[in-house]
Design a protein around this ligand. Structure first.
Ligand SMILES: NC(=O)C1=CN([C@@H]2O[C@H](COP(=O)(O)OP(=O)(O)OC[C@H]3O[C@@H](n4cnc5c(N)ncnc54)[C@H](O)[C@@H]3O)[C@@H](O)[C@H]2O)[C@@H](O)CC1
Ligand SMILES: [K+]
Length: 481
């Protein structure tokens, strides 16, 4: 699992490491890694390094210091380097001296536009982890002129380091070179960071437990249920699906199909779309009502069940079965409007909620806001549930505070029925007895990979997404070693 640390934790770890490291050593390690990446991007963009032009946008802190030192390293490779100092009196003194010694130039913002227009690559050393809020006007004016690809130092300036939120002018980078550890901005605002490259500066041993996680293929492969020699169709976990209606059977077909494709066990369906589900998925045991559905090891409930009395009864019945439940779509709305349905829940049985921003507001009485990690944690604590907060980046919070972030692979999943497929995936992994937070996080990643495979850079549909689940699982297994 990849760990992600908040800036407060990074700063504390840096202090510990700085105390036992020679002065300036960490910055030089960071800057050397940065220079290597800038040179690589120059070569990719222009076919060479020597003689190419790099402009450094340099703010008043250590982030600017990294950029200045990297400029000095790039000089050694024959790069023409100009630093535009946003605040000349406060520019990192040692970094500025090193750049000047190496033959680099430092200019004020007045000279910035001319230099920027000739740059092959621009380095954003405006602000790093101590930044708050959007770019200030002087920096914003310069950034607006940039047409060359940008390498962001540590993070794209103007994007919030801990939430990834953007609230005004900011840098959008082609590549972000970060130091010591991945920070929340990198997984919560990947569209602003471009490719993220982590440079090791020896921080890891000082960091402690991560604040957030991102699942790697090996984690998903290890969590995903695989039948053993002793298994039969029941022992792998039976998934129950309560979804859809006679008028709207689509949600039932998609959620059920997703569960069929996701794991090798058995799927039961209960609801008014039984005939349609049976016709599309003959391997599903389908009945008209949850009361005669038989035993399952986890229930998916909600998509298309309606928010009226019947939907409420279905949800109440399911919550009382003593098995994990993934409550989605209409079930979320029912819980928000009539929270007393949760009285039917056996407190020891896991519950997974999968709200988008609007459903989150219904559940919590306020929008998720800019800090989506805290928002998901708050809902997880309130409902004692795993909460999967949908959005461009999906955040999965457990009641014990664990959070996983799923970085998307494009926006193709924003298609009708996509959520029904996700809920089927979650339910099928829950049925296998996997830890609910892990199951939900793994399902979210398989969902997004299936979306990318189904789309392959053109619009896709939820049905194709269901069909792409086996290919996604195959790819994850193949890349998990
Ligand atoms: N501490 C260390 O040991 C290391 C730090 N490193 C670098 O140091 C950076 C952090 O440096 P600093 O803590 O000096 O601070 P930054 O360089 O992140 O920020 C500098 C100053 O900018 C101001 N500022 C805040 N928001 C702003 C905004 N929106 N617009 C303009 N100015 C704003 C603040 O007054 C802040 O003090 C990291 O991101 C990383 O790049 C690396 O060199 C690795 C080692
Ligand atoms: K930066």
């Amino acid at each position: 699992m990849q760990g992600i640390w908040t800036t407060e934790r990074i700063r504390a770890a840096e202090e510990r490491l700085l105390a036992v490291t020679p002065d300036g050593e960490l910055m030089r390690r960071a800057a050397f890694g940065l220079a290597t990446q800038v040179a690589a991007l120059l070569a990719e963009e222009t076919g060479g390094v020597s003689g190419r032009r790099v402009v450094l946008l340099v703010g008043s802190g250590n982030n600017g210091g990294d950029a200045l030192w990297a400029g000095a390293f790039l000089r050694r490779r024959g790069v023409s380097v100009t630093a535009v100092l946003l605040n000349p009196e406060k520019a990192h003194p040692a970094g500025l001296a090193a750049l000047r010694r190496s033959g680099g130039r430092a200019v004020s913002t007045a000279d910035g536009p001319r230099r920027i227009s000739k740059a092959d690559v621009v380095v954003d050393g405006i602000v790093g982890i101590s930044a708050r809020g959007p770019l200030r006007p002087d920096a914003a004016q310069l950034v607006e002129l940039v047409e060359a690809p940008v390498v962001a130092v540590d993070l794209p300036s103007g994007v919030d380091p801990d939430t990834g939120a953007v609230d005004g002018p900011h840098v959008t980078a082609a590549r972000t070179v970060t130091f010591g550890a991945v920070k929340p901005v990198h997984v919560l605002a990947p569209q602003e960071c471009g490719e993220v490259v982590l440079v090791d500066i020896g921080l890891r041993p000082s960091l402690g437990e991560p604040d957030l996680h991102r699942l790697e293929p090996a984690d998903i492969a290890a969590a995903w249920p695989v039948p053993g020699p002793e298994d039969d169709k029941y022992s792998q976990g039976v998934t129950g699906i309560a979804a859809g209606s006679a008028t709207y059977p689509g949600a039932a077909v998609l959620a059920s199909g997703s569960a069929v494709r996701a794991t090798a066990g058995m799927v039961r369906y209960a609801g008014h779309a039984a005939d349609v589900v049976r016709a599309r998925w003959p391997e599903i045991v389908a009945t008209g009502s949850v009361t005669d559905a038989g035993r399952v090891q986890a229930w998916v409930v909600g998509p298309g069940i309606g928010t009226g009395a019947e939907g409420r009864d279905v949800l109440r019945h399911i919550l009382g079965q003593g098995v994990p439940v993934c409550a989605d779509a209409d079930a979320t709305t029912i819980i928000a409007h009539t929270p007393e349905v949760l009285d039917a829940r056996d407190p020891d049985t896991p519950l997974v909620l999968t709200p988008h921003a609007g459903e989150y507001e219904r559940l919590m009485g306020h929008r998720p806001g800019a800090d989506r990690v805290s928002a998901a944690r708050e809902a997880a604590a309130k409902y004692d549930a795993v909460v999967l907060l949908k959005g461009y980046c999906t955040v999965v919070a457990a009641p014990d505070g664990r959070v996983a972030v799923n970085t998307p692979r494009g926006s193709w999943l924003a298609t009708a029925g996509s959520g029904d497929v996700l809920t089927g995936l979650v339910g099928s992994v829950l049925a296998a007895g996997v830890d609910p937070w892990l199951a939900t996080s793994a399902a979210a990643q398989v969902h997004s990979l299936a979306g990318a495979l189904a789309a392959a850079d053109v619009p896709t549909s939820a049905s194709s997404l269901v069909d792409a689940i086996p290919a996604a699982l195959r790819l994850i297994r193949a890349t998990s070693h």
